[in-house]
Design a protein around this ligand. Structure first.
Ligand code: ZN
Ligand code: ZN
Length: 169
């Protein structure tokens, strides 16, 4: 597995990852909508040990997660404002990279098997959730760590539209 590189708009911050992501989270929560200024965050999740900064040191903005109360740290470029990754007090062994900051944002797989969509309850109207992917109304687990059952749409599901013939299972 070769290194995959990414960085911020101005080039002051560069990073590299040494392995495939553990999974790719598509996060539709309000935090990610605000932080990205977009509809959702494409968030490949890496083990911390497989991620390294290769140039510069990110600035950090930390705030408490509304759900767990634990700190989420946005690592960003103080010069150009690009967000590079999230670190989690609750999950210290992993990082969530802002997927669009990779030089080639298409290098990692995002198949139904490797990805999941979370916080559908706050997803923007008209967002399409692919068929066959694990989807969750909120987080994938409760605050005490209990896993939540995903829903899987049999057809592509448009947020805000009543789905026809697709079973929640
Ligand atoms: Zn920058
Ligand atoms: Zn989010």
């Amino acid at each position: 597995m070769s290194w995959n590189h990414g960085g911020c708009l101005c080039g002051a911050l560069r990073y590299a990852t040494a392995a495939k992501p553990l999974r790719v989270t598509f996060c539709h929560c309000k935090f990610c909508q605000r932080a990205t200024g977009s509809a959702y965050m494409v968030e490949p999740i890496f083990e911390r040990t497989n991620f390294a900064m290769t140039a510069g040191t990110p600035a950090i903005y930390a705030l408490a997660s509304k759900g767990s109360g634990k700190r989420v740290s946005i690592n960003f470029c103080a010069t150009c404002g690009t967000r590079l990754f999230l670190a989690f007090e609750r999950f210290p062994d992993i990082l969530g990279v802002y997927g669009g900051t990779f030089d080639d944002p298409d290098w990692f797989e995002r198949t139904p098997l490797t990805s999941r969509h979370i916080f559908l309850d706050s997803a923007r109207q008209g967002t399409i959730i692919p068929a066959g992917v694990r989807a969750y109304r909120e987080h994938t687990m409760l605050n005490d760590g209990t896993p939540v059952e995903p829903v899987i749409f049999e057809q592509p599901h448009e947020i805000g539209k009543r789905s026809t013939g697709s079973a929640w299972r």
